[in-house]
Write a new protein. Structure first.
Length: 190
């Protein structure tokens, strides 16, 4: 017969073991939930269609958490991403994006783009997106994204169809279409 002292010790060890295993299982659960992302964003970090789908491997965690939150809340509109974001709980957003932030930004595919001269006004963009457009606390990495993706997002802010960052709406609305084109070409050429 097991005495109460052994039962108490056994329970304590069981609880400790469960506590140590739970974080690993939670990480595995997040990774399993995120496997669906590779069907569009790529199993190796290269999107299946870089013209319409952004690179998310190595993207800044703060930015990505905000995007998933915005899809969940209806502040960004994309049926696929809204449905996917809703599979994650609020508590899973940061671990999910930490998973992607830790991944290596993929190497550029194909030929290097032809260098483009830096247009005027890029310092406004670098205030948030950082020098070299590598992303920072409030803003995503842009270098490495395709011209088509960049110009679509810039124009979406300018025409008010994307409003989940009102600073970007104001900035893009103040730029002419030609300025946005030049900026997107420049960033895509880096």
């Amino acid at each position: 017969m097991i005495n109460d002292s052994y039962r108490t010790t056994f329970r304590a060890l069981f609880i400790l073991a469960a506590a140590l295993v739970a974080p690993a299982n939670a990480a595995d659960d997040i990774e399993a939930k995120l496997q669906i992302c590779s069907s569009c964003h790529g199993a190796n970090g290269v999107p299946t269609d870089p013209k319409t789908i952004p690179i998310i491997w190595g993207q800044t965690q703060v930015f990505m958490v905000k995007q998933l939150h915005d899809y969940r809340a209806g502040d960004r509109d994309n049926a696929t991403l809204t449905a996917m974001a809703k599979t994650l709980s609020q508590a899973e957003l940061r671990p999910a994006e930490a998973y992607f932030e830790k991944k290596m930004w993929p190497a550029r595919q194909g030929e290097a783009p032809t260098p483009v001269a830096e247009p005027k006004g890029m310092e406004v963009c670098q205030a948030c997106h950082q020098k070299g457009f590598t992303g920072g606390m409030p803003a995503p990495r842009l270098v490495g994204q395709s011209y088509e993706y960049l110009i679509k997002q810039m124009n979406s802010f300018a025409d008010g169809t994307r409003t989940n960052n009102m600073d970007m709406v104001k900035i893009m609305q103040e730029l002419s279409p030609a300025d946005r084109e030049a900026m997107a070409h420049y960033i895509a050429s880096l």
